[in-house]
Design a binder for this molecule. Structure first.
Ligand SMILES: Nc1ncnc2c1ncn2[C@@H]1O[C@H](COP(=O)(O)OP(=O)(O)O)[C@@H](O)[C@H]1O
Ligand SMILES: [Mg+2]
Length: 270
């Protein structure tokens, strides 16, 4: 019964699914489109306004959000929450915290929002939040205070919201599944991360970056990419974007054994 203890809350929030610490990472932005985005990011990072980061899965939305958090010099934590992974019954308690009680577990919890106090709350796939939670989140942001589940008084909160979506939220608004007012709030600053195939100038620099990072990490000599392998990387459509590129090169490094990575080592679908 109840939601699991929050002992792992921060470490889960700060963990990532890639084998390499996402916090230690550089942002490789070489293509002219990425450079332009980088300028937009620099202009928006220091403010306190909520931002919406749009882009297909694997384009680097979370990495960008962490970068914005670092740039903003906020003193609190960066807390990343996948909205689709919130519990169906206890989503509100997970997000907004709870005061403790018979049904939910004995001790009170800060919730993701409270954990991000003074910092940044990154809500991944925000369209996966129920309308109820969207509206409650909007109120919290507007009032700067939160009422935990099972509590009848409000606590002040100051978090910066960075929301990510792979969908066009305006369509969700029109379909009635996304709150128009929350959408308006998020539109104060919108950053669009183009798909990797739309910024081909990033492909080889990213490939070399990942080879360098993984060679270093696995204590392997840094291989080169053959000309044909480079052409193959440039020709692929990268439906999984940068995450797919990272996986392909990590794998190639492991199977390549030796100085040069050839097309076959990339195991790209034909
Ligand atoms: N511009 C970039 N420079 C370096 N690494 C990147 C870049 N963009 C994405 N990555 C890496 O690609 C992977 C996917 O990025 P992520 O931020 O998780 O994407 P998304 O949140 O859009 O699904 C991560 O391991 C991330 O560190
Ligand atoms: Mg992600």
């Amino acid at each position: 019964m109840g939601i699991p203890p929050t002992a792992g809350l921060i470490s889960f929030a700060e963990s990532d699914r890639s084998p390499l610490s996402i916090r230690a990472r550089a942002l490789v932005f070489i293509d002219p489109r990425s450079r332009r985005l980088r300028d937009e990011v620099e202009a928006l990072a220091e403010g306190e306004q909520p931002l919406l980061i749009r882009g297909e899965t694997g384009t680097g939305k979370e990495l960008l959000a962490r970068h914005i958090h670092r740039q903003s010099q906020r003193s609190g934590l960066f807390v990343a929450v996948n909205c689709g992974a919130l519990s169906k019954n206890h989503g509100a308690a997970e997000l907004f915290g709870h005061a403790g009680g018979r049904l939910i577990g004995p001790s009170s919890r800060a919730g993701w929002l409270g954990s991000a106090q003074g910092g940044t709350l990154y809500l991944d796939e925000i369209a996966d939040l129920s309308l109820t939670l969207q509206r409650r989140l909007l109120k919290v942001l507007q009032r700067g205070e939160v009422q935990r589940e099972g509590s009848n008084h409000s606590l002040p909160v100051e978090v910066r919201l960075l929301a990510a979506s792979s969908l066009d939220l305006s369509l969700a608004v029109r379909a009635g599944t996304f709150d128009a007012e929350l959408f308006a709030l998020l539109q104060q600053g919108e950053l669009l991360l183009p798909a990797l195939r739309e910024r081909p100038g990033d492909i080889l620099p990213l490939a070399e970056y990942f080879l360098g990072v993984y060679a270093d990490r696995l204590d392997l000599p840094l291989p080169e990419l053959s000309e044909a392998a480079q052409d193959a990387l440039l020709a692929h459509r990268w439906p999984g974007n940068t995450r797919e590129l990272e996986n392909v090169l990590h794998f190639a490094l492991l199977v390549g054994k030796g100085g040069v990575i050839e097309v076959n080592d990339l195991q790209l679908p034909v």
